[in-house]
Design a protein around this ligand. Structure first.
Ligand SMILES: Nc1nc2c(ncn2[C@@H]2O[C@H](COP(=O)(O)OP(=O)(O)OP(=O)(O)O)[C@@H](O)[C@H]2O)c(=O)[nH]1
Ligand SMILES: [Mg+2]
Length: 444
């Protein structure tokens, strides 16, 4: 049964997403199999040139696809920066509105417009009233995918908390029909001025309180899960801990499955993995723990990183990080920077790290003709040249593999063995690291 009110629209407009204060946010109840359609919107600014914007929108399209929406059109605008009122210029908004109208007239419904940046309550309100379709931003989309992917109690709780954190300052949008925001409180459900508090504000305050209560309950639950996990981690024996980290979709889970002979869900979608899995890996006579966890992405909201604290503890407590990079991705250097920045946010920059360039089988480049005198670009670098450059830049602390084709996996194992062994001897000098009794476990 197809209803025109889509999943996001329901959650942001009809009422609060739970009736009794206990039900989870329902973001993904797609009831039909025809995909929803989306328009994507991005800005070209002095800090973000056209090529970058195209790459970002490619990624946004992939996110939308992962969430179940088909992109039908992109709009971009050149501006010095987003407008605080409508994000885009009003002319561009009208152009989008006209396009939506024309599509509707041709009986092709546009389900949503997705903006590539996080929107404030004010921007959302203004844009929705102009476009008259549901409006999403990058954060809502990521949260939506997280909600879809969450399997364990821990992940579900973390996602729900992040959703409320996002929702709270944008609550007013749900009551725009009351038009009773006092004192120009602008974005965020701030208190109205004295004398301006009407029934709308009272309702708002009540709902805020329900959400805040729910949030504190979720936080308590997470604290409890945290305690259990800390105990679990304490019971894991004296083994070096290695964590796979990296941008989303680079092949962390595929590599985990190869090294640990496990079956972590891996697929060509973003955020296939949300929960951390820990496995014991044995190379020769040396056991160590390997964990696979959520991938990082550009503009991952800080709140989300906070909400995923207990998942990311595995990274924080690792002795060695294997930073997996998809070398076949045109934007892989940027992705490395995003991961480095996220690791810095997690206070993990100082940890021993190795970069594993994956997907060398899929790397493509364009050879320049000898008579082509235009400057070489990143697209003109051969794999060999690239390997050479990065080996020099990282002082040899990197490897080039294909998890899919199993290329260089033996070298990876050998390098891992040497590194982990060295760390093990230092950390547990009195512990011989021949097999010790250990039950395979998943943290979740
Ligand atoms: N061509 C090629 N594809 C690969 C390689 N390794 C993994 N893949 C593919 O890349 C996609 C993503 O792999 P995953 O292992 O799910 O990636 P991930 O980093 O765990 O992704 P998230 O959990 O979503 O963050 C899958 O379709 C894999 O089959 C490789 O060496 N070469
Ligand atoms: Mg994964």
């Amino acid at each position: 049964m197809k209803t025109t009110r889509s999943k996001y629209y329901n959650s942001s407009r009809s009422s609060l997403p739970f009736e009794d204060g206990m039900t989870s946010v329902k973001y993904h109840n797609i009831v039909d199999d025809s995909p929803e359609t989306a328009i994507l919107v991005g800005l070209i600014t002095p800090n973000q040139n056209e090529r970058k914007t195209t790459e970002y929108l490619d990624e946004l399209e992939f996110l939308a696809e992962t969430a179940g929406a088909k992109t039908v059109r992109r709009f971009t605008q050149r501006m010095n920066g987003p407008s605080s009122v409508t994000y885009l210029g009003i002319g561009k908004l009208q152009e989008i509105r006209a396009y939506i109208q024309a599509e509707e007239d041709a009986e092709r419904e546009i389900s949503m417009v997705i903006f590539d940046d996080e929107l404030s309550a004010k921007q959302l309100r203004n844009i929705e009233s102009e476009l008259k379709v549901k409006v999403l931003d990058r954060t809502t989309l990521i949260l939506d995918i997280f909600a879809m992917r969450a399997q364990t109690a821990n992940a579900k709780t973390q996602v729900e908390l992040a959703q409320y954190r996002y929702m709270l300052p944008r609550l007013q949008r749900l009551w725009t029909h009351l038009e009773r925001q006092g004192g120009g409180s602008g974005s965020g459900g701030g208190k109205g001025s004295v004398g301006l508090r009407g029934p709308g504000e009272t309702q708002l305050e009540m709902d805020r309180r329900i959400i805040l209560n729910r949030m504190s309950l979720l936080k308590q639950r997470l604290a409890e899960i945290d305690r259990q996990k800390t105990t679990q981690r304490g019971n894991r024996g004296r083994m070096i801990r290695v964590a796979l980290v990296g941008y989303t979709n680079v092949g962390k889970s595929t590599l985990m499955n190869l090294l640990a002979k496990s079956e972590v869900f891996a697929e060509n979608k973003l955020f296939a993995t949300l929960d951390t899995t820990v496995r014991k890996v044995i190379v020769d006579n040396l056991p160590f723990l390997l964990s696979d966890t959520v991938g990082f992405i550009r503009k991952l909201p800080t709140d989300l990183v906070d909400s995923f604290k207990s998942t990311l503890d595995e990274v924080r407590e690792a002795d060695l990080l294997l930073h997996v990079v998809d070398i076949s991705h045109p934007d892989f250097e940027d992705q490395i920077k995003v991961v480095d920045k996220t690791l810095a946010d997690l206070d993990c920059s100082d940890k021993p790290q190795m970069i594993i360039f994956n997907k060398i089988d899929a790397y493509t480049w364009e050879e320049k003709d000898a008579d082509d005198l235009t400057p070489a670009t990143a697209r003109n670098v051969s794999l060999q040249e690239l390997i050479h450059t990065w080996m020099a830049r990282l002082d040899g602390q990197c490897l080039f593999i294909s998890a899919q084709e199993r290329t260089n996996l033996d070298t990876l194992k050998q390098v891992l063995y040497n590194k982990v062994r060295e760390m093990h001897v230092q950390k547990y000098p009195y512990n011989d690291f021949l097999f010790q009794h250990y039950e395979e476990e998943e943290t979740q």
